[in-house]
Design a protein around this ligand. Structure first.
Ligand code: UD1
Length: 432
């Protein structure tokens, strides 16, 4: 198992190119199941989760082609891929694949809409909470599907005339539920209205791509989305939007270490709640056509209370990274997690650096300390693991982060990107 070694205490200076968003790339790739023509996606990040989804889609019959790049070139430009589901050869998504990546459960929507029936393993537990799929199944039922649960699988069947447009009202904002509703309703007969829809930029990206494929979706990015179903979708070309979570993560790293970094391709408008929190903490952010410039020169980090919320609020996927930043603040901050019930596993590991954090229900109270010290630590989930890298960058001495496969799921070329800005970060391959 690979590890990452960090020698802390150096400011970050330079340019980091922001990759395509993992959380947009995954549903976009899944949308390829909706048509027998090729969907060409540009700016797809090179990540373990993307590779895993290629395997999962391949099982259903999707041909995957990596287009015209020389080895190494992807580091600068992301990859362009063709996905073509000319024929769906298998409508079962088996446990051993779905259990490795929760988002793969979303194949249920296009398989059902296109093939009229499918069998998809329930994803099972997850490191950051129970994360049920009841809202996703409810959405499909509203469109006329019958859903049964048998031996750990959701068995979904559309009525004989196919899915029918309907009103879907989510009791809670759900990103996966909204993706599922968009994909299923795109091919349903008639009009669907999604109420209390997620407003995340990744939803807008999926809707834009589906519209290029011939769907008729309006209102994405607001909490009411209208979908006029069409009989078929066709191929299209679409570039994955930049990863706001990756951009926010590096912005927090710069706020932590000090320095001056241009996050090339990052969009300030996608960071919303996180931008505000970073500025209150003492970072200076300037958006331009090139990207987002982040600076913190000399001044200390101020404590800021945050509470995670659906977009445009502070994203839960940046909560761990912000907590790492707050460990060095000049006072006490309160970090409240409202989306997932068990998303504080980084607290124990951050404490290994000398951070002072205590839990109080759904909140963590962080008492800033003047310095952190490097330590051996263990990654527990994707976003938590990068919070340990942020702490390590500011800590005195050396840190080893174990189980970095969590990082590889969602951060493209992390050590390369940080290394270019002066950090000492290296991957140690091997069995550890
Ligand atoms: C997506 C993101 C994840 C992010 C999360 C919230 C991807 C691949 N993943 O996850 O990185 O942290 O949005 O921004 O895009 N819920 C239910 N029943 C359901 C579905 C959800 O109770 O059927 C609950 C969840 O447990 C959670 C909340 O709703 O408490 C929001 O979850 P949701 O937005 O669906 O998260 P994901 O789509 O799984």
């Amino acid at each position: 198992m690979d590890r990452i070694r960090v020698v802390g205490g150096r400011p970050l200076n330079g340019t980091i190119r922001i990759s395509g968003a993992k959380n947009a790339a995954l549903p976009l790739m899944i949308a390829s199941l909706l048509t027998d023509e090729a969907l060409t996606l540009e700016n797809v990040p090179r990540l373990a989760d993307v590779n895993m989804l290629v395997r999962i889609l391949g099982n259903h019959g999707v041909d995957y082609t990596l287009k015209g790049k020389r080895p190494g070139e992807e580091i600068q430009s992301g990859q362009t891929v063709d996905l073509r589901a000319e024929r769906i050869v298998d409508t079962t998504a088996p446990y051993d694949l779905v259990s490795r990546m929760r988002a793969s459960f979303w194949v249920i929507a296009p398989l059902l809409a296109r093939m009229g029936e499918c069998r998809v393993s329930l994803p099972g537990g997850c490191a950051i909470g129970t994360r049920p799929v009841d809202f996703l199944l409810m959405a499909l039922e509203r469109l006329g599907a019958t859903i049964g649960i048998e031996n750990g699988y959701a068995i979904a069947r559309a009525p004989s005339g196919g899915l029918r447009g309907a009103e879907i009202s989510f009791p809670k904002v759900t990103v996966g539920g909204t993706h599922t509703a968009l994909m299923a309703a795109a091919l349903a007969d008639g009009r669907t209205t999604v109420l209390n829809a997620a407003r995340e930029p990744e939803i807008v990206d999926l809707a834009d791509c589906l519209n290029k494929m011939g769907a008729r979706i309006t209102g994405a990015g607001t909490s009411t989305i209208e979908i006029q179903g069409v009989a078929r979708l066709h191929g299209a070309r679409h570039a994955v939007l930049p990863d706001r979570i990756e951009a926010g993560t590096y912005a927090m790293a710069v706020a932590m270490t000090g320095g001056d970094v241009l996050l090339e391709g990052a969009r300030a408008d996608l960071l919303c709640g996180a931008t505000e929190a970073l500025e209150q903490a003492g970072a200076k952010l300037d958006g331009s056509a090139e990207g987002l410039r982040v600076r913190r020169n000399g001044n200390g980090i101020r404590p800021v209370d945050i509470s995670t919320a659906p977009f445009p609020g502070f994203p839960t996927d940046l909560q761990a990274q912000f907590m790492a930043l707050m460990t060095r603040a000049s006072g006490s901050s309160r970090i409240t997690e409202t989306i997932f019930e068990n998303r504080f596993m980084h607290v124990g590991e951050l404490s290994r650096f000398g951070a002072k954090i205590r839990l109080d229900g759904d909140a963590a109270i962080v008492d800033g300390v003047p310095k952190l010290q490097g330590a051996p630590v263990m990654a527990t989930d994707l976003r938590a693991s990068v919070s340990l890298v942020i702490a390590a960058l500011a800590a005195e001495g050396e840190t080893t982060v174990n189980r970095v496969y969590h990082l590889d799921r969602g951060f493209e070329h992390l050590e390369h990107k940080l290394g270019q800005c002066g950090a000492i970060v290296e991957r140690i391959s091997g069995h550890g």
